[in-house]
Design a protein around this ligand. Structure first.
Ligand code: SAH
Length: 251
């Protein structure tokens, strides 16, 4: 069997119980070495064959999966965070489908959740923002024009940017051109949940300065929006005394 498993954001205790169980019995593990914490491999039994996909092409990854599966091995493809975000899993799954190979996906804790956790943030504060936009600046992978940061930012929703911390000046420019104010709260979280984690609160205007001063240019998330400052929100209706729910009568 082949398993796509979310490794979580870094802390080895943030893989799911289910993911860890499968990792423990895996015969072959192909892990995304650029971001997955190698300490997770300590969960593997002795003799597990380990491959680092950071040094492999898609074809090479597929070859390892295919040959291991043909020997009835349990194969784990270990991706950082949750594999559904920027995980390049579709292209692997499509090829496995063509070969008629069965696979299963186990979710993981995405880094955008770990970043919120390290800042004690709620991305969806009543009367501030009820929407989280996850996106990135264009790098070698292009971003469709209709999803330009400038247009996404004009919604004033909470924004979480992956893969963009090496381009903070461009992020700032795009945000300001969208009409967002320079004073809008922002945060940069580097290696959320790792020992080396760094977190910086700044504003849209000071994004670049904050990244430079803290030596952050990769493995970080940029969070933009009023939720970062945690002020001026309304209480939830769910826990309001005068509000009845299916489970509780209003007082
Ligand atoms: N699937 C992953 C994202 C992979 S894309 C997830 O769900 O988190 C790689 C990008 O994710 C990095 O460039 C960085 O922007 C972000 N990232 C991954 N792990 C991170 C972490 N622990 N802290 C902050 N950002 C992280």
């Amino acid at each position: 069997m082949i398993y796509f498993i979310g490794a979580g954001p870094g802390d080895v205790e943030l893989i799911t119980v289910k993911g860890q169980k499968i990792l423990k019995k895996a015969d072959v593990v192909i892990y995304a070495g650029s971001l997955v914490n190698p300490d997770l491999l300590k969960y593997c039994k002795t003799g597990t064959r380990i491959f680092n996909s950071a040094q492999m092409t898609l074809e090479e990854v597929l070859e390892v999966i295919k040959s291991s599966d043909s020997e009835n091995k349990t194969v784990v493809r270990l991706h950082t965070g949750d594999p559904c975000l920027y995980g390049a899993i579709r292209e692997q799954m499509d090829e496995l489908d063509k070969m008629n190979l069965k696979y299963e996906s186990i979710p993981g804790v995405s880094s955008f959740c770990a970043a919120a956790s390290s800042l004690n943030l709620e991305y969806t504060l009543p009367d501030v923002s009820q929407t989280v936009i996850i996106s990135r600046l264009q790098g070698r992978t292009s971003v469709p024009e209709k999803e330009s940061l400038r247009s996404l930012a004009s919604h004033n929703a909470t924004l979480v940017l992956f893969l963009s911390s090496g381009m903070t000046e461009k992020v700032r420019e795009e945000l300001l051109q969208s009409g967002i104010k320079g004073q809008t709260p922002a945060a940069i979280v580097y290696k959320a949940s790792w020992k080396e984690e760094k977190k910086v609160i700044c504003t849209v205007e000071t994004l670049s300065k904050a990244a430079q001063e803290n030596n952050i240019s990769k493995t970080a998330l940029i969070i933009i929006g009023e939720v970062v400052s945690k002020t001026n929100y309304s209480r939830s209706r769910l826990y309001a005394p005068d509000f009845s729910t299916e489970f509780r009568k209003a007082k």
